[in-house]
Ligand binder design. Structure first.
Ligand code: F6P
Length: 318
């Protein structure tokens, strides 16, 4: 073996080893591992569907399942045989389904393929997972034990937290998830902003907040994919993402269970903040599956500043 290769192996920490070293409980470790592996299957499905970009046609002329539906099916099937999951709720289903035997402890929520409309433009997309102990009802802070997202971009990366910090892994050419950033920390103040919704639909207070960011010279970074947009804040170590209340939809667009809670868990574990403009996302009680909420997530300073603008206290200091 060449020296380069042995050095490489020496310094690689794979996902399983990392979770073991971090003291993550055995069943949770196995479940997170299983989900990370499922990301590889979903990625294979994305590649398969992208064959049309390379000029392939569906030779059987069959109606193919939409990619988000087939990703959901892959995830459900994998979790069903994991032995750790009792119930599964997905953005693709309007009901919770029981996939275990009854004695398993985890309830998994999933947005199996967020941003699937970006597939044909070859932008990054992702899978978002929340892992709850027993129930999803109540506050995320009381029910969640772990969260992760997988980004399918030029590389496949996975960011997870089991309540012991937030860590990033990259899927290498050998098919292993290797540690690329341990204990990610968001700065108290960042310099990028990512804004969902149309400007004409924003509330006056939100508009004033955005104008403040613009005056302060924040750089706009918005792809329209929740996973890569949050990933940018996490990996660059600061800034803010918002999908606010809109005039005609005060609950905003994004879903609490499938999108917001997992990202709030990961960002809080990285020292950041996630609110609906006022209250922490993880303190909003879950009452129904499709519940939506506005979100302000990222560095403490920007999220607190948004709160001040939304409450019309304009004496905010830069
Ligand atoms: O929820 C789906 C989603 O595509 C997210 O990934 C993304 O953040 C958001 O919607 C984009 O919404 P809009 O098209 O309104 O900017």
């Amino acid at each position: 073996m060449g020296e380069g290769i042995s050095d490489y192996t020496k310094f690689c920490v794979d996902l399983r080893r990392h979770m073991w070293m971090a003291g993550v409980e055995l069943d949770l470790r196995r479940l997170i591992w299983q989900i990370a592996v499922t990301g590889k299957y979903i990625s294979a499905k994305i590649h398969e569907s992208n064959r049309k970009l390379a000029g392939f046609k569906n030779i059987y002329g069959e109606e193919q399942l939409a990619l988000d539906k087939s990703s959901d099916e892959i995830l459900k099937n994998q979790l069903q045989f994991s032995g750790f999951v009792r119930e599964y709720a997905s953005e693709e289903r309007d009901q919770v389904i029981t996939i275990g035997q009854g004695q398993e402890k985890y309830f998994v929520t999933a947005d199996p393929l967020d941003g699937s409309s970006l597939v044909d433009t070859n932008l990054a997309i992702g899978t978002i997972i929340g892992i709850h102990n027993g129930t999803i009802l109540g506050k995320g802070r009381d029910t969640m034990v772990a969260a992760l997202y997988i980004t399918y971009g030029p590389l496949i990366t996975m960011v997870y937290s089991a309540g012991k910090g937030t860590h990033e892994f990259v899927l290498n050419r050998e098919g292993e998830y290797v540690l690329s950033q341990e204990n990610i920390r968001l700065r108290d103040k960042g310099d990028i902003y990512s804004l969902g919704g149309l400007r004409r639909d924003w509330t006056e207070a939100h508009l004033k907040f955005v104008e403040y960011l613009e005056r302060e010279g924040y750089k706009l970074r918005y792809s329209g994919g929740f996973v890569p947009d949050i990933n940018q804040i996490v990996i660059k170590g600061g800034g803010i993402f918002t999908y606010p209340a809109l005039r005609k939809s005060p609950e905003g667009k994004l879903r609490l269970l499938f999108e917001l809670q997992p990202m709030a868990f990961l960002v809080e574990q990285a020292g950041g903040v996630a609110t609906d403009g006022n209250n922490p996302i993880l303190d909003i009680p879950v009452e129904k599956l499709g519940q939506r909420s506005p979100i302000y997530i990222g560095s403490r300073f920007e999220v607190e500043t948004a709160r001040a603008f939304l409450n019309e206290k304009q004496e905010v200091q830069g």
